[in-house]
Design a protein around this ligand. Structure first.
Ligand code: EPZ
Length: 433
């Protein structure tokens, strides 16, 4: 099993390019099979969750051709109407997008229930509510979600919780329903807008994506398109926060600064300098940061996917900070690991009370999920001494070339294998030596 060996203490300095957004690519690659014509998708991140969704659509007959590392041609004309049971599907949350895509196109979908990151209960009742409102019969049987409809008819759907997944899934199915669908209390995340733009480029008629109310006028069929996925807001944010934690100076290219506003605001509040240009942000920090309070919220609020990363930084800030997680019920599992590095954090329900310490010390720790794993890497980069981070397979689900990009910024990080008898010695060998 691979693990990261990190010698902390180097300020990150330099420039880094951001990949396409994983959470936009998952629905877009699923929606690509909704037409029988060929679709070209560019700026697809090369991460394991994306490999899993591509494997899933191939398993039901889609032809997937890799044009280059980040570009795929997809043709869904030969899809067979069978269940999606590919082993890869079980592992990724985003596989639920195949339900909306298949239900819209074939009026029938049978998909293994997804697992995804270990961050608490992940109900899909709002997805189901939306599909039922469109006229589908939806059942959960033998670990599969089975949806079928004679016809899909546009409907008025009010989401009880703001859900990215439900908004996109309903939007996909409704694109090929008859008549008008209105989704109220819709999610406004950039990847919701990106997916709507993608579907519109295939001939869908979706208006209002990015606001609370999305209107979808169903069309008879979708056609081929060429589309480039937006940059990953969370990957960008992770490098911004890594620069802040290590008191570095990093310019992050290929970003949409508007998508980073809640992150920029917090970084400035805690004492970092953030310079914004058309498609880049530069984050510098040269002194100890100061405390603040953070509450995760749906976009444009502070993203839950950046909660571990900011908690890690606040753990090093001067003063006491309060971090409230309002989206997922158990997203503080990494705090135990951070405590082993010297952090002083007390979790009460969905709130973490963070008393800043002057430094972390390197430790042997385990990533409990994707974003927490990224947060722990940031902690290790800022810490005194060596850390080992295990279960990096979580991190590789969503960060392309994470160790390589960090190394290019001056981090002392290497990828080692627990099966390598020499791993221990290599782990203690600084790259600088
Ligand atoms: C997406 O998950 C992302 N995943 C998550 O990113 C992200 O944390 C989350 O949105 C919030 O931004 C993908 O895009 C694949 P939700 P999703 O539906 O769609 C509740 C990462 O690290 N809810 O917006 O599953 C739910 O329990 C991952 O990249 C219901 O109650 O999230 C949560 O409290 C982790 N019923 C809230 O809504 C439902 O039917 C928001 O969840 C659906 C959701």
């Amino acid at each position: 099993m691979e693990f990261y060996s990190i010698k902390g203490g180097n300020p990150l300095c330099g420039e880094v390019d951001i990949a396409g957004a994983k959470n936009a690519a998952l629905p877009i690659l699923s929606a690509a099979i909704m037409t029988n014509e060929t679709v070209l998708v560019e700026n697809v991140p090369d991460v394991s969750d994306i490999r899993a969704i591509l494997s899933a659509i191939e398993s039901i007959g889609a032809i997937v051709t890799r044009v280059d590392r980040h570009t795929f041609r997809i043709n869904g004309s030969r899809i067979v109407d069978g269940p999606v049971m590919d082993e890869a599907v079980r592992k990724i949350r985003g596989s639920y997008y195949l339900i909306g895509a298949l239900l819209g196109k074939y009026r029938r979908a049978e998909v293994t229930l997804p697992k995804g990151c270990n961050i608490g209960l992940r109900p899909i009742d709002q997805h189901v509510k939306g599909f039922r409102a469109l006229g589908a019969d939806v059942r959960i049987e033998h670990g599969m979600i089975v949806a079928g409809a004679e016809d899909l008819i546009g409907s008025h759907i009010y989401l009880d919780v703001v859900s990215v997944g439900a908004t996109i899934n309903i939007m996909m199915a409704a694109s090929l329903a008859r008549g008008l669908t209105i989704i109220e209390n819709a999610a406004k995340e950039p990847h919701v807008v990106d997916c709507a733009n993608f579907l519109n480029s295939m001939g869908a008629q979706i208006k209002g994506a990015g606001t609370d109310v999305i209107r979808i006028r169903g069309v008879e069929k979708l056609h081929g398109t060429e589309y480039s996925i937006i940059p990953d807001q969370i990957e960008a944010g992770t490098y911004m926060f890594a620069a802040a934690a290590t008191r570095g100076d990093v310019t992050i290219h290929n970003v949409i600064p508007k998508h980073l506003e809640s992150l920029t605001a917090k970084l400035e509040e805690i004492g970092c300098q953030v310079e914004i240009s058309d498609d880049a942000v530069r984050v510098t920090a040269n002194k100890r940061l100061i405390n603040t309070h953070v509450k995760t919220l749906p976009y444009p609020g502070f993203p839950t996917d950046m909660q571990p990363q900011i908690t890690v930084i606040l753990g090093l800030a001067n003063g006491t900070s309060i971090v409230t997680e309002s989206i997922f019920e158990s997203r503080f599992k990494y705090v135990d690991e951070l405590t082993r590095m010297g952090a002083q954090i007390k979790v009460e329900g969905n709130t973490a009370i963070v008393t800043g310490v002057p430094y972390y010390t390197g430790a042997n720790i385990t990533a409990p999920d994707l974003r927490a794993g990224a947060g722990l890497v940031i902690a290790a980069l800022a810490a005194d001494g060596w850390s080992e981070i295990h279960d990096v397979v979580y991190i590789e689900r969503g960060y392309e070339d994470f160790p390589e990009k960090l190394r290019s910024l001056g981090a002392d990080i290497r990828v080692l294998d627990t099966d390598d008898p020499d791993a221990e010695r290599k782990a203690r060998m600084s790259l600088a030596v």
